[in-house]
Design a protein around this ligand. Structure first.
Ligand SMILES: CC(C)(COP(=O)(O)OP(=O)(O)OC[C@H]1O[C@@H](n2cnc3c(N)ncnc32)[C@H](O)[C@@H]1OP(=O)(O)O)[C@@H](O)C(=O)NCCC(=O)NCCS
Length: 159
């Protein structure tokens, strides 16, 4: 789809992005363990990518700096694509671009809480030693290396 523009998030995009995310996930999302890593945190705007067709927001992914054990990792999410724009590769493109930007910025690894059948296609795998700050299905805690030889994030994830 050639009429789609991908760009880093700007402050003025926030209201549209929150509305899209609320539509995609529903009100329950604020109760999730992942939200503990976002509240009181500041997203990394340069790595948080949104997809646009003109003035219409089609999709968004956000990236957050998080401490994990003795190190740091970038936390991906939420990711959402407008319902009538799905299955055209926008979600995968958002993830690829956010990860590429994080790699360029020097981040060693990225992690998320999500469905392995979806994110496995993009190179994510289970992070067995990463502990989320709240109850979560361990099979959904996934990570990906952003540099050669980077190890899986281990320890408690916290802001
Ligand atoms: C998940 C989401 C961002 C994917 O966006 P998208 O632009 O449709 O993604 P892509 O086009 O790159 O990939 C679509 C493919 O992934 C599959 N897929 C989508 N969500 C999936 C999931 N949770 N588990 C497994 N496969 C999934 C689709 O069925 C489709 O398969 P196909 O290529 O065989 O047709 C979008 O469906 C969405 O906003 N969902 C609601 C919010 C959400 O659940 N986000 C987190 C997901 S863990």
């Amino acid at each position: 789809m050639t009429d789609i523009t991908y760009r880093p998030e700007a402050p003025a995009d926030a209201a549209l992005i929150l509305a899209l995310t609320d539509r995609a996930f529903g009100p329950g999302r604020y109760a999730k363990a992942a939200e503990r890593l976002r509240e009181g945190n500041a997203l990394i705007a340069a790595l948080s990518i949104s997809a646009w067709r003109g003035e219409a927001l089609l999709g968004s992914v956000r990236m957050w700096p998080v401490r994990v054990g003795d190190g740091v990792s970038v936390f991906l999410g939420p990711i959402a694509v407008e319902a009538d724009e799905r299955k055209h590769g926008i979600g995968a493109e958002l993830v690829e671009r956010a990860c590429a930007a994080a790699r360029t910025a020097g981040w060693q690894s990225v992690f998320l809480v999500g469905d392995a059948p979806y994110f496995g296609r993009m190179g994510f795998e289970v992070a067995p030693g990463l502990k989320m700050p709240g109850p979560v299905d361990r099979r959904r805690v996934l990570w990906k290396a952003l540099s050669d030889g980077a190890g899986a994030p281990e320890g408690l994830a916290r802001v």
